[in-house]
Design a protein around this ligand. Structure first.
Ligand SMILES: [Zn+2]
Length: 551
């Protein structure tokens, strides 16, 4: 949006008549751009659009989206518009860059009132309030707002050119510009070995306005993203009490150190002297997830380029729904997805994209759609060991023989990795394999349940299980994927999964970015802070860090 509501309110026929030809031309171009953008957005938001139901507009959603994942219920932050017309109005307002005090997130609105210099007149357009939701209302005194932290640094934001006639402002004009609003933002200074410790920095951002010679008043405004159709309850803007570094820190406390929102609040209060509400902490984590969302296609692209993907899945509750957390792990990318149906993610990522590489999986049937597949031998060995320890003599015998073959083959594979044999291992071990296959055929008829099951599993997936003999350089186990999931399985036990679809989306992308940075031996937190800062300002995401760069 080139023109904010503040700009538009000043424009009328009289202003256009008063402008020189060049000024009118410039203004017409800006208006045309805005009109096209507004039309496109209207189409997107229409109920008759071709968008899937999952992307329904924010005003069609039930309230309370921002409350998932919290350890205790928090207030919903915005009343839902009562009519479609109101909803459209609100959507356009949200898209615009006009920020009055009433638009502010409640947690830093107090900071603003103390931040506005006395002589600035309050420029607040009257906003009609639709029907309110129960609970705490926007503008009400909030938990995090009672705290007054001294200002450590100032950052001024000036407009650089007239929003109406496009004339660039001179240095003198910028110097004489008037402040019209401000907010405070809490951040952290990155520590290093020379200066360890956590230092909190409070920055006052002041926004200025300039009266142009053409008569237009132009304001610098903090960037604010239009609502995301996939994450309608999550705002992304520069106007934030929690800056990008503190947001990254909170994500670390939540996802890496597995602290609940309540514990994060306690920690920030007790150790950093920062008072934030559970709702603000939750919003910060969700906003961070929305900020890094554009990294997902990059991760998918890089994962699909790899020659081998380890894949595994584990259950993941989303409130009362039982979903699945999937992990796709290459040497440079870890991608997590939370999926409603068991096969959905695998098919959309691997089958539809015609992934050309190998996949390493367990015996789950969905994986059989992909031909270049490897089976994790650790699972088979565990099952064979179980039979070996069984009380049934037939099972014991089958377990022993299975273990003996698998162990001999593992030794041969390891040797082949160092010195490739003249013939493929499948030919060298042909006789033993045929003998074992006959044993499996026999054991398939066993009345001992586990014996029958292992024999059937071996026979059903025979080619895949022994593919490794022709490609000994490939891995024998799915340890990479299992290890990638382990951390989140512990988190699941602590927090019982996520609460909403938005919460699951945000969790999966943050987990993906964190683990990808870690596998690349880079700091996830610096990268996350950079991406959050860029995206809040309306810029594109940074490239993923290169392996081993350390940054
Ligand atoms: Zn002007």
């Amino acid at each position: 949006m080139a023109l904010s509501n503040h700009d538009l309110r000043q424009l009328d026929e009289e202003v256009i008549d008063s402008l020189p030809v060049d000024g009118v031309k410039n203004l017409a171009k800006i208006l045309l751009l805005d009109l096209k953008e507004a039309r496109e957005r209207l189409n997107q938001n229409s109920q008759n659009s071709s968008r899937p139901p999952s992307s329904e507009a924010p005003w069609d959603k039930a309230s309370g989206h921002s409350n998932d994942d919290t350890d205790e219920p928090t207030e919903s932050d915005k009343p839902e518009p009562a009519t479609e017309e109101e909803a459209l109005k609100e959507a356009l307002q949200a898209d615009g860059t006009d920020i009055s005090n009433e638009d502010l997130p409640e947690e830093n609105a107090t900071a603003l009132t103390s931040a506005i210099p006395q002589e600035i007149p309050a420029v607040k357009p009257p906003i009609e309030k639709p029907v309110r939701n129960p609970g705490k209302q926007p503008g009400a005194k909030g938990f995090g707002r009672t705290q007054i932290i001294p200002i450590h640094q100032y950052q001024d934001h000036h407009p650089t050119k007239c929003a109406c006639c496009s004339r660039p402002f001179s240095e003198a004009e910028i110097e004489n510009s008037k402040a019209y609003t401000a907010f405070d933002s809490l951040g952290l200074k990155w520590a290093n070995t020379e200066k360890p410790g956590i230092e909190v920095i409070n920055t006052r951002h002041t926004y200025y306005q300039i009266d142009c010679s053409c008569g237009h008043n132009t304001r610098a405004v903090p960037f604010r993203h239009p609502p995301d159709m996939e994450l309608p309850g999550i705002e992304l803007s520069e106007w934030r009490l929690v800056d990008a570094t503190l947001a990254s820190f909170i994500v670390c406390l939540s996802l890496r150190l597995r602290l609940s929102r309540v514990r994060i609040r306690e920690f920030l209060h007790d150790w950093l002297g920062i008072t934030l509400s559970v709702g603000t902490i939750n919003k910060t984590i969700h906003e961070s997830g929305r900020a890094v969302m554009p990294v997902e296609p990059i991760l998918i692209e890089e994962a699909l380029k790899s020659g081998l993907l380890h894949i595994d899945e584990t259950s993941w509750p989303q409130k009362e729904k039982l979903l699945w957390l999937w992990a796709f792990v290459s040497t440079t990318v870890v991608l997590f997805k939370v999926s409603r149906r068991t096969a959905e993610v695998f098919q959309s990522l691997i089958i539809k994209n015609v992934y050309p590489g190998w996949i390493m999986t367990d015996g789950y049937q969905v994986y059989r759609e992909h031909i270049k597949r490897l089976r994790c031998w650790a699972h088979l060995i565990r099952k064979a060991r179980g039979l070996e320890e069984a009380l049934n003599s037939e099972a014991q015998d089958f377990g022993e023989k299975s273990l003996f073959l698998l162990n001999s083959l593992i030794a041969a594979i390891k040797q082949a990795r160092e010195a490739p044999p003249d013939q493929a291992l499948s030919i060298i071990y042909q006789e033993q394999l045929e003998e074992y296959r006959r044993l499996c055929e026999k054991m398939r008829l066993s009345e001992h349940k586990k014996t029958h099951q292992l024999a059937v599993e071996m026979l059903n997936d025979w080619t895949v299980i022994f593919t490794i003999l022709d490609h000994p350089h490939l891995p024998l186990t799915n340890n990479e994927a299992e290890r990638a999931l382990r951390h989140w399985v512990i988190l699941r036990k602590i927090c019982y999964g996520t609460r909403t679809a938005e919460g699951s989306r945000v969790f999966a992308i943050l987990a993906s970015v964190i683990e990808t940075c870690r596998i690349r031996q880079c700091s996830p937190w610096r990268y996350l802070a950079e991406v959050i800062a860029s995206r809040r300002a309306g810029l594109s995401v940074h490239q993923l860090p290169v392996c081993g760069s350390g940054v």
